[in-house]
Structure formats: C-alpha cells, structure tokens
Ligand binder design. Structure first.
Ligand code: AP5
Length: 214
C-alpha cells in the first residue's frame, strides 16, 4: 500500500504504526534521503539543497532509492510513505512493482486542513541521535528539548521552518496533488480524513483498508 498526502498530514506517524501492526516494510523516501544527507553520500550531497528549501529531489534520484528499497525489502508487503510524489514517479513505481510481482493494491490519501498541517509541521521535533519523533503540543517529550528514549537533544528539521513549509505546501499542490488522479483512475484510491487524533486516524485507515476490493 501507499500512504499519500501533503507534508505534515501524518504519513510517517501512521506508517510506523501500520508497520508495527502488520509486520511489513516501511519505505520512506524522505527518511532514506535524510540518512543519505547525514552520512554525506553522493546522493545526500545532491539532495540536501532541494530538501532544505522544500523542493522535490529530482525524480531519477528518488526513483533509484525507491526501486532499490522495494527490491530489497518489499516482496512480503510494504507501506510506501512519501513516494510517489510525481506522475513520473508513479509510472516508474508501476514498472518496479510489475518486476517484483507485487502490484499496488491501495493508495490511502490522508487529508487535513492547511492550518492543521502548518501546526503539525512547525511543532514537530526529532531526536538528533535516535530519530524519535515528537510534537511540542500533541506529543511532547517528558523533558522539553530532550528525547524520552535516549536523552539526546531534540531538534527541528530545517524544512520545518516557516519559509520551507510554505514552499513544501505549494510544491505539493503543483507537482504531487496530480498523482491523486492517476490512482483515482485505477480505482485504488481511498480518501481518509486525517484531521483528528493519531489513534482515530489509524482506525479510519484500517477501515479503509478493509474496503479493498469493494
Ligand atoms: P518527507 O520526509 O517525505 O516529508 P513530507 O512528505 O513533507 O512529510 P513529512 O515527513 O513532513 O510529514 P508526514 O506526513 O510524514 O507527517 P508526520 O507523521 O511526520 O520528505 C522530505 C523532503 O524529502 C521533501 O520535501 C523532498 O525534498 C524530499 N523527498 C522525499 N520524498 C521524495 C519524493 N518521492 N520525490 C522527491 N523528493 C522527495 O507528522 C508531522 C507532525 O505532526 C509530527 O510532529 C507528528 O507527531 C504530528 N502528528 C501526526 N499525526 C498527528 C495527528 N493525527 N494529530 C496531531 N499531531 C499529529
């Protein structure tokens, strides 16, 4: 399955819960790119300036990452998070999934109002060491600025600063939202209201997944 939706809607949060519940691979191109940046690889060096500005990383770079991850981990089920984000990526994904014999069965399109997206993104904090995620209002760490799991400092993502958030939302509308039609035409799109609390959204996703084939 793929979790689709604008920046901050909760794709990563829900993908982690679904992965734990269903024991399938969680494939996030955003996480893979951040790891490449942190490790200073050639891909990371190419991607960093796009990511910091909230622009999409070029298709060929991201398609190569997704392809490699799916071939390595995707044969027994997967949750795609943040991929595909352009129609060219969606077409490339179809080819890869044909090759591994695991067609996409459902795309869950998470939806929330823009002011809620901005609230979620601007309040997000991540542990600088272990990557655990927090939100200053809805999921705060026990001690402000410190990770509950390992005690390291929590930080804000560069692209969660106001100018980059604005750009990400515009890029989503211009380049990523058209992918919704691509999957609506294939009749595998399920819209889910993601504006409520995390557990409520999870229940709605699970109920949408039960409707596959209806
Ligand atoms: P990526 O990491 O994929 O960022 P994104 O799509 O902008 O998504 P986010 O991670 O910001 O949000 P999310 O929907 O996962 O929300 P989350 O669960 O964290 O990509 C980053 C960059 O990498 C891109 O801008 C681009 O440059 C590049 N990139 C990645 N993939 C690419 C691709 N395919 N093509 C080209 N470039 C690509 O939640 C956000 C916050 O809200 C958290 O603090 C969370 O605790 C909180 N929260 C979540 N759910 C709820 C809830 N229900 N109620 C209250 N708070 C909530």
């Amino acid at each position: 399955m793929a979790l689709f939706g604008p920046p901050g809607v909760g794709k990563g949060t829900q993908a982690a819960r679904l992965r734990d519940a269903e024991g399938v691979a969680h494939i996030s191109t955003g996480d893979a790119l951040r790891k490449a940046v942190a490790e200073g690889t050639e891909t990371g060096l190419k991607a960093k300036s796009y990511m910091d500005r909230g622009e999409l990383v070029p298709d060929e770079v991201v398609i190569a990452i997704a392809k490699e991850s799916l071939q390595r981990e995707g044969k027994n089920g997967f949750i795609l998070d943040g991929f595909p984000r352009t129609v060219a990526q969606a077409e490339a994904l179809d080819k890869v999934l044909d090759e591994i014999g695991a067609p996409l069965q459902v795309v869950v399109n998470l939806q929330a109002p823009e002011d809620e997206l901005v609230r979620r993104l601007s309040g997000r904090r991540l542990c600088s060491k272990c990557g655990a995620g927090y939100h200053v209002e809805s999921m705060p760490s026990a001690v402000e600025g410190k990770c509950d799991a390992c005690g390291a400092e929590t930080v804000q993502r560069e692209d969660d600063k106001p100018e980059a958030i604005r750009n990400r939302l515009q890029v989503y509308e211009a380049k990523t939202a058209p992918v919704i039609d691509y999957y609506a035409h294939k009749s595998i799109l399920r819209n889910v209201d993601a504006s409520g609390p995390v557990d409520e959204v999870l229940r709605k996703i699970e109920s949408a997944l039960k409707s596959i084939g209806d």
